[in-house]
Design a protein around this ligand. Structure first.
Ligand SMILES: *Cc1c(COP(=O)(O)O)cnc(C)c1O
Ligand SMILES: [Zn+2]
Length: 408
């Protein structure tokens, strides 16, 4: 293991690899640091650990010391598929590729950060994890807790549709409601961490270890693209750990001199909840929490960031630094993107994941992408997660004479 310590992203203060959720000096966001030069010379990640076939083959650059503590369900190693027929249909001469993250074990990319978060918790001897999330993150945390033989407590706002927590409950998690909005649930998880010492794997930037799992799609893309980085990566963002984590992964590849250019990171939000896109458009450096009511089919990224707007500020800064952008889509654009992914590509994805495809079309129409650019869209979540489709009653064929009329 080459992980060295924790460092504050704001003031630079150093800490050892301990369970710590913010900088003691300034309250800033922490990240894991590595002994890079040594790691890269001695064990470059182009020689992955053959004893794992998912994302843990890159374990030299993940913060778990002993392989015995790795809690895995085979996450990672997801397919990268061309979307040629779709880009043709749009008359967009770009090389669009789709990273099928919905094929992770619990149906979303959240398995990557959860696997790392739960593994680190196991290595430290924790028996209980806590998370605030009303969707994919709680399902993933519950799955890995089950795999590790740990208890999992999930806090959600009282208004949460019970359908969104069935998967977490199925894995045996204790799901509890909190009056108020998401930030009330977030606070309650923090109280448990302080009072009972449970490991908090809430998938914002709170837990510095989980974000390390979000680096791993960058390593996989490097291999899948034959030793290169794409020109653009398009990512649905709530708070944005996947965007920030993937960028860190590419920066490591650059530092290792395995790649020579970094991709532009494009974050995608929805019009109904776009705190980061709004700050980007306004040219502001600071993201403000979203106070308006939210109604969208893309629930996985409808994060108002109330109480932790700094997380959005970090994501905004990383997207800008990469030369990328943050944009948002309307509900109609999301529906259309989802239909295109399903009917032109043949992948079943949830609306939140489809925004990464809708954004490419929108950017092309705005003249924001170059011809022949290599673009990777992250299809972050599975269609099975979404209960908002209305079933169509199939037409009845009573005798064979009707066939010509209906399907002939
Ligand atoms: C959580 C989630 C996102 C947003 O990811 P963050 O990195 O947490 O902002 C995107 N898509 C899906 C399907 C998700 O579950
Ligand atoms: Zn600090």
């Amino acid at each position: 293991m080459f992980a060295k310590g924790l460092q504050c992203r704001s003031c630079g203060a150093h800490y050892s690899l301990e369970n710590r959720y913010s900088c003691e000096a300034c309250g800033g966001i922490l990240e894991v640091t590595y002994n890079y030069p040594q790691a890269f010379v001695q064990q470059p990640i182009i020689n992955p650990d053959a004893s794992f076939d998912g994302m843990w083959k890159y374990r030299a650059l993940l913060p778990v010391k002993d392989a015995q503590n790795i809690v895995t369900l085979g996450e990672g190693n997801t397919p990268l598929l061309d979307a040629l027929r779709l880009s043709d249909q749009w008359r967009a001469p770009v090389r669009l590729l789709l990273k099928a993250e919905m094929l992770n074990p619990s149906g979303s990319f959240k398995d990557r950060p959860s696997s790392v978060g739960v593994s680190v918790a196991k290595e430290r001897g924790y028996k209980k994890i806590v998370i605030s999330s009303s969707g994919n993150a709680s399902a993933a945390a519950a799955a890995y807790a089950a795999r590790a033989g740990m208890e999992c407590v999930v806090f959600v706002p009282a208004s949460t549709d019970p359908n969104k927590v069935v998967q977490a409950q199925a894995y045996g998690a204790r799901v509890l409601c909190v009056p108020g909005n998401f930030s009330a649930a977030y606070d309650m998880a923090n109280v448990c961490t302080r009072r009972f010492g449970w490991a908090n794997v809430t998938s914002t930037f709170l837990n510095p270890y989980t974000v390390e799992g979000d680096k791993t799609p960058a390593y996989e893309l490097y291999h899948q693209l034959g030793g290169k980085a794409p020109d653009y990566v398009i990512i649905p963002i709530g708070a944005g750990p996947l965007l920030v984590g993937m960028y860190k992964g590419f920066c490591e590849l650059l530092e290792m001199q395995l790649i020579h250019t970094l991709p532009k990171m494009i974050g995608v939000q929805v019009d109904a909840c776009e705190p980061i896109a709004r700050a980007f458009a306004a040219g502001s450096n600071a993201v403000q929490g979203w106070e308006h009511p939210i109604d969208t089919i893309a629930g996985g990224i409808a994060d108002p960031l109330l109480g932790y707007a700094n997380d959005g500020t970090l994501t905004l800064a990383v997207a800008r630094k990469s030369g990328g952008a943050i944009l948002s889509l309307s509900e109609a654009e999301i529906w259309q993107a989802m239909r295109e992914v399903e009917q032109v590509i043949g992948l079943y994805c949830e609306p939140t994941g489809a925004v990464a495809v809708g954004a490419v079309k929108k950017l092309w129409e705005q003249d924001a992408l170059e011809k022949d650019a290599t673009i990777v869209s992250m299809l972050t979540g599975h269609g099975f997660k979404f209960s908002g489709r209305r079933a169509q009653k199939p037409p009845l064929i009573e005798n064979a004479d009707q066939l010509e009329q209906i399907v002939g």
